[in-house]
Design a protein around this ligand. Structure first.
Ligand SMILES: CC(C)(COP(=O)(O)OP(=O)(O)OC[C@H]1O[C@@H](n2cnc3c(N)ncnc32)[C@H](O)[C@@H]1OP(=O)(O)O)[C@@H](O)C(=O)NCCC(=O)NCCS
Length: 181
């Protein structure tokens, strides 16, 4: 119900507070692999922490300011994609993603992001979609490139993590450039 098929065994659905246990289990399988690359607030601990993150996104969704979607493969939540932010006023949104290691390498996130971009440009009138990643996050940058985004710039030492600072990249795609494959 309310699902978009991504492959024959994977689908995209909204990820809501009632999925807290599944989300906590997904995070348990990928916490250490995603921690260097995503915002610290996203890497929740335990079911209560997972529910708090999902509730924060549900509240932002009610304000039309962010949205969270899960990717289920063979019935298991393996990751997801999100509008980190979305502003109807400025027409600018930012997309993000995560996957547990066992689900990488299958094109799930690229497919899911295409659904988000199509909705953002086609239904919500967004003008520009951004992708922010650590400059040394080659897998994330590869997704942005597959989505047809342009590397627009590098912000130096803007990503603090674990006592060090890393450069960040900003990728972007405009509504005039977007064409779903
Ligand atoms: C970023 C991340 C989601 C990318 O995962 P991913 O599996 O490489 O991305 P996709 O799901 O789009 O799959 C692409 C891979 O599947 C392969 N693939 C197979 N079929 C494909 C298809 N039909 N379409 C696209 N790619 C396909 C691609 O070749 C690629 O594999 P490769 O890197 O070995 O060449 C993942 O590495 C991750 O969760 N990292 C930690 C968190 C993170 O960095 N989040 C982003 C923060 S900015």
């Amino acid at each position: 119900m309310f699902a978009i098929p991504l492959t024959e065994n994977a689908e995209l659905r909204t990820l809501d507070p009632w999925h807290a246990e599944e989300f906590a289990a997904n995070l348990d399988r990928c916490r250490e692999s995603i921690r260097p690359w995503v915002g610290a607030a996203f890497v929740a601990e335990g079911v209560d922490g997972a529910r708090a993150t999902l509730t924060r996104y549900a509240e932002a969704r009610a304000k039309d300011a962010a949205r969270l979607y899960g990717i289920w493969r063979d019935g298991t939540l393996v990751g997801g994609v999100l509008f980190v932010s979305l502003s109807v006023k400025t027409g600018v949104c930012e997309i993000g993603c995560w996957l547990e290691p066992a689900a990488e390498g299958n094109g799930l996130v690229t497919r899911a992001c295409r659904e988000l971009l199509d909705w953002a440009f086609g239904e919500r009138g967004m003008h520009r979609a951004e992708w922010h990643c650590r400059a040394d996050n080659a897998k994330s940058a590869a997704v942005a490139e597959r989505l047809g985004m342009t590397l627009e710039g590098t912000t130096r030492e803007s990503w603090p993590f674990d006592g060090a600072r890393y450069d960040s990249q900003i990728w972007g795609v405009l509504t005039s450039e977007w064409k779903k494959p």
